[in-house]
Design a protein around this ligand. Structure first.
Ligand code: CP
Length: 300
């Protein structure tokens, strides 16, 4: 259960996913970290974040790591220093683990080629991958149902721009779940059609064991798309309304990576509804990120 860098869902086999969940659940029950030497970590967020940034920092601190502050706006990136040189600089200073979020899809590919002398963990790249969100989502689903095989997962919303959809659909399918989609047709591109059907919300909602709603990422839409976006119309057509909530199966759960656009992806009253696991996802994320960080450092 080791790898040097953790950047993509494609590095995770079903067996490895289950091992990471086992380890995260052990941390949740109070297991001690296996790391013996002192570690220094830095979190480089070139895109805004509340959950992922604070959750990684909490995970690092719970593992006994020392966390060095890094603020892109006050760094020499503003003077034109490359990401590779920034990471090499941090490594030279003594940082062993760098957690990076960046707006560029697959920003990590040239960094892996460069064979940097530190561990790289991807905290989200553009519309590409979000492996720690994927792993905490899988942990939340397994904790709820005990398995993945045969589960029916509906992923709804801004599929094209969603690194969560890209990461989650692959592993869910490999783990034996069936994935269906909802949301506007223009965001249901062939890569999603190859995985599962797109259904109207009234048909999709009663079929789901897990209904995963995705944030409409207005910051990634074109100017034309943003100008034409009608939040109320979106909510009625593709959101989880209070009426649709009543049509969920009794055992079904709602997930959302957050931040939530209240009243858009789901009615504001449903964010903390009994079937919502949105804050459970965030809680699980700390333990899952501990398991991921421990896995990348395990062979040092
Ligand atoms: N889910 C998620 O990645 O949230 P943040 O953007 O707040 O990190």
């Amino acid at each position: 259960m080791t790898l040097h860098d953790f950047v993509s869902a494609t590095q995770v086999s079903p067996a490895f996913a289950n091992q990471l969940i086992d380890r995260a659940q052990a941390f949740q029950k109070g297991a001690a970290p296996l790391l013996t030497t002192p570690y220094y970590a830095a979190n480089l967020f070139f895109e805004n974040s509340t959950r992922t940034h604070t959750s990684f920092e909490m995970a690092e601190r719970k593992l006994g790591m020392t966390v060095l502050p890094f603020n892109p706006a006050q760094s020499s990136v503003t003077k034109g220093e490359t990401l590779e040189d920034t990471l090499r600089t941090l490594a030279a200073i003594g940082v062993q683990v760098a957690v990076v979020r960046h707006p560029k899809d697959a920003y990590y590919a040239p960094l892996l080629e460069a064979d940097l002398p530190l561990h790289l963990v991807n905290a989200g790249d553009g519309a590409g991958q979000h492996p720690s969100q994927m792993m905490l989502d899988l942990m939340t689903i397994r904790a709820e149902f005990g398995h993945f095989a045969g589960l029916r997962v509906g992923i709804v919303g801004d599929l094209t721009h969603s690194r969560v959809a890209h990461s989650d659909m692959t592993l869910l399918t490999q783990l034996g779940a069936s994935v269906m989609f909802g949301g506007p047709a223009e965001w249901y591109t062939p890569e999603f059609a190859a995985v599962g059907p797109r259904l109207a919300m009234a048909d999709l909602v009663p079929k789901c064991d897990v209904l995963m709603l995705l944030r409409v990422q207005l910051e990634r839409l074109s100017g034309e798309e943003t100008a034409g976006f009608d939040a109320a119309a979106y909510h009625q057509a593709y959101g989880l309304t209070e009426e649709l909530y009543e049509r969920l199966a009794p055992h079904a759960i709602i997930m959302h990576p957050a931040p939530v656009n209240r009243g858009v992806e789901l009615a504001s009253s449903l964010v903390t509804a009994p079937k919502s696991r949105i804050f459970t996802q965030m809680h699980n994320g700390v333990y899952m990120r501990m398991a991921m960080l421990e896995a990348v450092c395990a062979n040092d």
